[in-house]
Design a protein around this ligand. Sequence first.
Ligand code: SF4
Ligand code: SF4
Length: 143
Amino acid sequence: MILTILKNLISKPVTRRYPFKDIRLPVAGFRGKIIFQADRCKLCGACAKRCPAKALEVNRQARTYKYYPFNCIYCGLCVEGCPARALVQDAHYVTASFTKTSETFKVPAPKTPPPTLTPTSSLMRVESVTVNNNQLVSDDAKS
Ligand code: SF4
Ligand code: SF4
Protein backbone atom coordinates (compact mmCIF):
# COMPACT_ATOMS: atom_id res chain seq x y z
CA MET A 1 0.00 0.00 0.00
CA ILE A 2 2.71 2.47 1.01
CA LEU A 3 4.71 1.44 -2.03
CA THR A 4 1.74 2.20 -4.31
CA ILE A 5 1.23 5.60 -2.69
CA LEU A 6 4.91 6.46 -3.11
CA LYS A 7 4.90 5.27 -6.73
CA ASN A 8 1.85 7.39 -7.52
CA LEU A 9 3.37 10.42 -5.83
CA ILE A 10 6.43 10.38 -8.08
CA SER A 11 4.87 9.15 -11.36
CA LYS A 12 3.16 11.30 -13.98
CA PRO A 13 -0.66 11.32 -14.01
CA VAL A 14 -2.22 8.88 -16.48
CA THR A 15 -5.14 11.23 -17.08
CA ARG A 16 -5.07 14.71 -18.56
CA ARG A 17 -5.30 17.66 -16.23
CA TYR A 18 -8.43 19.17 -17.72
CA PRO A 19 -9.10 22.13 -17.95
CA PHE A 20 -5.37 22.93 -17.81
CA LYS A 21 -4.70 20.61 -20.75
CA ASP A 22 -6.90 20.35 -23.83
CA ILE A 23 -8.56 16.93 -23.88
CA ARG A 24 -9.31 17.21 -27.61
CA LEU A 25 -5.66 16.93 -28.61
CA PRO A 26 -4.70 13.39 -29.70
CA VAL A 27 -2.28 11.39 -27.56
CA ALA A 28 0.42 9.00 -28.81
CA GLY A 29 -0.97 5.55 -29.58
CA PHE A 30 -4.56 6.78 -29.75
CA ARG A 31 -6.74 4.34 -31.69
CA GLY A 32 -9.08 6.53 -33.71
CA LYS A 33 -10.83 6.42 -37.02
CA ILE A 34 -9.71 3.87 -39.61
CA ILE A 35 -8.15 5.45 -42.69
CA PHE A 36 -8.28 3.30 -45.81
CA GLN A 37 -5.72 3.71 -48.60
CA ALA A 38 -7.48 2.24 -51.62
CA ASP A 39 -4.45 2.23 -53.91
CA ARG A 40 -2.65 -0.21 -51.57
CA CYS A 41 -5.54 -2.61 -50.99
CA LYS A 42 -5.32 -6.11 -52.54
CA LEU A 43 -8.95 -6.95 -51.65
CA CYS A 44 -7.76 -10.02 -49.74
CA GLY A 45 -10.50 -9.62 -47.11
CA ALA A 46 -8.23 -10.39 -44.14
CA CYS A 47 -9.35 -7.22 -42.35
CA ALA A 48 -13.06 -8.05 -42.66
CA LYS A 49 -12.43 -11.59 -41.37
CA ARG A 50 -10.63 -10.28 -38.30
CA CYS A 51 -13.11 -7.50 -37.50
CA PRO A 52 -15.13 -8.54 -34.41
CA ALA A 53 -17.72 -5.79 -34.96
CA LYS A 54 -18.55 -6.54 -38.61
CA ALA A 55 -17.58 -2.99 -39.46
CA LEU A 56 -15.88 -3.88 -42.74
CA GLU A 57 -17.13 -5.36 -46.00
CA VAL A 58 -14.88 -6.30 -48.90
CA ASN A 59 -16.44 -7.05 -52.29
CA ARG A 60 -13.92 -8.47 -54.75
CA GLN A 61 -16.29 -8.53 -57.74
CA ALA A 62 -17.34 -4.90 -57.38
CA ARG A 63 -13.86 -3.92 -56.10
CA THR A 64 -15.38 -2.01 -53.20
CA TYR A 65 -14.43 -1.60 -49.57
CA LYS A 66 -17.04 -0.48 -47.05
CA TYR A 67 -16.42 0.84 -43.56
CA TYR A 68 -19.08 1.35 -40.88
CA PRO A 69 -17.47 3.78 -38.39
CA PHE A 70 -20.42 3.55 -36.00
CA ASN A 71 -20.05 -0.23 -35.72
CA CYS A 72 -16.29 0.00 -35.24
CA ILE A 73 -14.95 -0.54 -31.71
CA TYR A 74 -11.48 0.80 -32.66
CA CYS A 75 -9.67 -2.34 -31.59
CA GLY A 76 -7.08 -2.05 -34.39
CA LEU A 77 -7.18 -5.73 -35.38
CA CYS A 78 -7.79 -4.86 -39.03
CA VAL A 79 -4.76 -2.55 -39.10
CA GLU A 80 -2.55 -5.25 -37.56
CA GLY A 81 -3.81 -7.91 -39.97
CA CYS A 82 -3.55 -6.01 -43.25
CA PRO A 83 -0.66 -7.51 -45.26
CA ALA A 84 -0.60 -4.54 -47.66
CA ARG A 85 -0.49 -1.84 -44.97
CA ALA A 86 -3.56 -0.29 -46.56
CA LEU A 87 -5.08 0.64 -43.19
CA VAL A 88 -3.93 3.12 -40.59
CA GLN A 89 -5.62 4.34 -37.46
CA ASP A 90 -6.03 8.09 -37.19
CA ALA A 91 -5.40 10.00 -34.00
CA HIS A 92 -8.86 11.57 -34.01
CA TYR A 93 -12.35 10.66 -32.88
CA VAL A 94 -15.17 9.86 -35.26
CA THR A 95 -17.33 12.95 -35.33
CA ALA A 96 -20.84 12.77 -33.88
CA SER A 97 -23.71 12.20 -36.27
CA PHE A 98 -27.50 11.87 -36.19
CA THR A 99 -27.38 8.95 -38.63
CA LYS A 100 -25.15 5.89 -38.72
CA THR A 101 -23.35 6.52 -41.95
CA SER A 102 -20.96 4.24 -43.83
CA GLU A 103 -18.09 4.95 -46.18
CA THR A 104 -17.64 3.10 -49.46
CA PHE A 105 -14.40 3.18 -51.41
CA LYS A 106 -13.67 1.96 -54.91
CA VAL A 107 -10.42 0.00 -55.13
CA PRO A 108 -8.58 0.77 -58.40
CA ALA A 109 -7.69 -2.16 -60.64
CA PRO A 110 -3.99 -3.10 -60.51
CA LYS A 111 -1.92 -1.52 -63.26
CA THR A 112 -0.99 -4.04 -65.96
CA PRO A 113 2.68 -3.85 -66.97
CA PRO A 114 3.40 -2.95 -70.63
CA PRO A 115 3.80 -6.01 -72.91
CA THR A 116 7.39 -7.20 -73.19
CA LEU A 117 8.81 -8.02 -76.62
CA THR A 118 10.01 -11.58 -76.98
CA PRO A 119 12.53 -12.53 -79.71
CA THR A 120 10.15 -14.76 -81.65
CA SER A 121 9.81 -12.95 -84.99
CA SER A 122 12.34 -13.62 -87.77
CA LEU A 123 13.18 -9.90 -87.82
CA MET A 124 14.37 -10.05 -84.22
CA ARG A 125 16.30 -13.29 -84.66
CA VAL A 126 18.67 -11.88 -87.32
CA GLU A 127 22.04 -11.66 -85.65
CA SER A 128 24.21 -10.66 -88.62
CA VAL A 129 23.74 -9.58 -92.23
CA THR A 130 26.04 -9.35 -95.24
CA VAL A 131 25.82 -7.09 -98.26
CA ASN A 132 25.31 -9.00 -101.51
CA ASN A 133 24.83 -7.01 -104.75
CA ASN A 134 23.79 -3.93 -102.77
CA GLN A 135 21.15 -5.99 -100.90
CA LEU A 136 21.11 -6.89 -97.23
CA VAL A 137 20.98 -10.65 -96.76
CA SER A 138 20.54 -12.25 -93.36
CA ASP A 139 23.16 -14.84 -92.47
CA ASP A 140 20.25 -16.83 -90.94
CA ALA A 141 18.50 -16.88 -94.34
CA LYS A 142 21.64 -18.17 -96.08
CA SER A 143 22.03 -21.19 -93.81
S1 SF4 B 1 -10.73 -1.26 -35.63
FE1 SF4 B 1 -11.60 -3.25 -34.97
S2 SF4 B 1 -13.79 -2.94 -35.05
FE2 SF4 B 1 -12.91 -1.25 -36.20
S3 SF4 B 1 -12.94 -1.94 -38.31
FE3 SF4 B 1 -10.93 -2.52 -37.46
S4 SF4 B 1 -11.17 -4.61 -36.70
FE4 SF4 B 1 -13.24 -3.76 -37.01
S1 SF4 C 1 -7.42 -3.40 -46.43
FE1 SF4 C 1 -5.71 -4.85 -46.27
S2 SF4 C 1 -6.54 -6.67 -45.26
FE2 SF4 C 1 -8.27 -5.43 -45.99
S3 SF4 C 1 -8.79 -6.25 -48.00
FE3 SF4 C 1 -7.37 -4.55 -48.33
S4 SF4 C 1 -5.32 -5.49 -48.37
FE4 SF4 C 1 -6.70 -7.02 -47.47
